[in-house]
Design a binder for this molecule. Structure first.
Ligand SMILES: O=C[C@H](O)COP(=O)(O)O
Length: 250
């Protein structure tokens, strides 16, 4: 396991989950009870379930949102502010997920404003970056990651209010993952950039890997240098799978 940074395993339910899905949260809670886990655990349910999830969770599970608007309030039909997520009991919010960047045209500039909004509301910003398949194939991965980091992570980022999630777009929901060596290369690069820009705060910031993490590959991926946890999509929907990933930190 990497250094002394406390890892974070976060489940992103994406646009999945009705009230009955909170049973999975209960099962995660039960699965975590009484064990000395060496990681923080978070579930990011859809916005409709944030308040109920926050009530159902206990101290062993943090609740996060999946997106927020950068404004505090106003005429933005259908949007949710970081303050509203905090009010509902969230302690973090994912910003700049590649699905938001692709589906909603979110630029680095917008993602940066969302991260600042998260801080304004007292939330941890989980800032997502990652290259597409074409970018990987053309050898542009590190360039893409550098541009996204520079453009999406605001000045003043600190280890306690910012988490970076490296998610290669081609690995999300596909069952494909980069090799451990590829993950190590990109995470080392991200660490170098964060340390150059934010000094000791950047050296202490958590860098999550995301993209087809499952129980079968969690141990290997979580053991890579500078991988400080995971952002898990599909495998977070079932408590048994999610707990199987969390087990990498037992
Ligand atoms: O936010 C989570 C990621 O997009 C990973 O999703 P996945 O685990 O289904 O590949």
């Amino acid at each position: 396991m990497s250094g002394t940074i406390r890892p974070l395993v976060a489940g992103n339910w994406k646009m999945n989950g009705l009230a009955g899905s909170l049973g999975e949260l209960d099962a995660v809670k039960a699965g975590l009870s009484g064990d000395g886990l060496n990681a923080d655990i978070m579930i990011c349910p859809p916005a409709t379930l944030v308040a109920a999830a926050a009530k159902a969770a206990n101290a062993s599970i943090a609740i996060g949102g999946q997106d927020c608007h950068f404004a505090e309030k106003g005429a933005h039909t259908g949007d949710i502010s970081a303050e509203m997520l905090a009010d509902a009991g969230a302690s973090a919010v994912i910003v700049g997920h590649s699905e938001r960047r692709a589906d909603h045209g979110e630029s680095d500039e917008i993602v940066m404003k969302k991260a600042q909004a998260a801080w304004r509301a007292g939330l941890v910003a989980i800032i997502c970056i990652g290259e597409t398949e074409a970018e990987r194939k053309s050898g542009a991965t590190l360039d893409v990651v550098a541009v996204q980091l520079a453009g999406s992570v605001p000045e003043g980022a600190r280890a306690e209010n910012t988490v970076i999630a490296y998610e290669p777009v081609w690995a999300i929901g596909t069952g494909l993952t980069p090799t451990a060596g590829d993950v190590a290369e990109v995470h080392a690069f991200i660490r170098q950039k964060l340390s150059e820009r934010f000094s000791e705060e950047g050296a202490a910031m958590r860098i999550l890997y995301g993209g087809s993490v499952k129980p079968a590959n969690a141990q290997e991926l979580m053991g890579v240098e500078n991988v400080n946890g995971a952002l898990v999509g599909g495998a977070s929907l079932k408590a048994a799978d999610f707990l199987g990933i969390v087990a990498a930190y037992r």
